[in-house]
Design a binder for this molecule. Sequence first.
Ligand code: DAK
Length: 260
Amino acid sequence: MQFNNLLIETTDGIATLTINRPQVLNALNSDVVRELECALYELDLDTTVKVVILTGAGEKAFVAGADIKEMAELSSFEAHDFARKGQRLILMINRMRKPVIAAVNGYALGGGLELALACDFIYASEKAKFGFPEVGLGVIPGFGGTQNLARLIGPNKANELVFSGRIISAAKACEWGIVNELSAPEELLAKVLATAREIAGKGAVGVAYAKDAIASGLNMTKEDGFRYEASIFGVLFATSDQREGMGAFLEKRTAEFKGK
Ligand code: DAK
């Protein structure tokens, strides 16, 4: 598929997906959301891709939110449709079998922060800024932001951020646990790539099931989560990656995982 708003570059099993509308700070209109969904669907099916990195074009923004110009004109039916598309995209990232890392290079506001929160973890530039300005626009976060943020940092900090519409610094976002690691802007992609390479060198089946166990477990009681983890642990003993991983350890060599 031809993408008008995305750049995709794949090297050594790591796909970097760049939202490319820097003239409007990479704001998410319905075309971008549709393209992201199509691109991520393809990347999930591509077994040569082990990790996906999501970032924004330009130096200023990851994504400065939903496209307010487009959103302002939506009818209620279109707004409902926009929400369904956006939520489908967020859920798709959760359900993908490979990790998606957000490299937040600038503003991550509103729908942009929701997109970053849907990723498996966030690395950010020291110059990045985070916030949910929605209440100032008379709405609330609608792409799962209230749910994902409260689960990540707890309800009290989520309440403060969402109710105030305040924009916080990258340092504060890191202190609050929204961001895993900060870097100088020019070092961000290299840092994310280094972590992506580390993950890509592991067994893809183990990584996929670990993602599933952690994400699914968050919606379960602890006991059900333990039971789910145990059943996945058992399933992994039917894979070639388990035989290769343990065999390589015993033979004192580097494992060559096949991802099956
Ligand atoms: N939408 C459209 N255009 C945007 C934009 C956005 N979100 N953010 C920036 N731009 C455009 C600006 O209009 C400007 O365009 P020109 O005037 O040059 O044509 C260009 O990008 C550069 O922006 P600025 O000139 O404003 O740059 P500054 O450095 O002065 O300010 C800023 C940067 C990020 C502080 C400022 O641009 C800003 O406040 N942007 C809006 C941020 C915002 O409020 N974002 C949240 C949007 S609400 C839903 C699901 C989800 C959502 C909604 C509904 N459903 C369930 C239905 C999500 C909602 C949101 O994300």
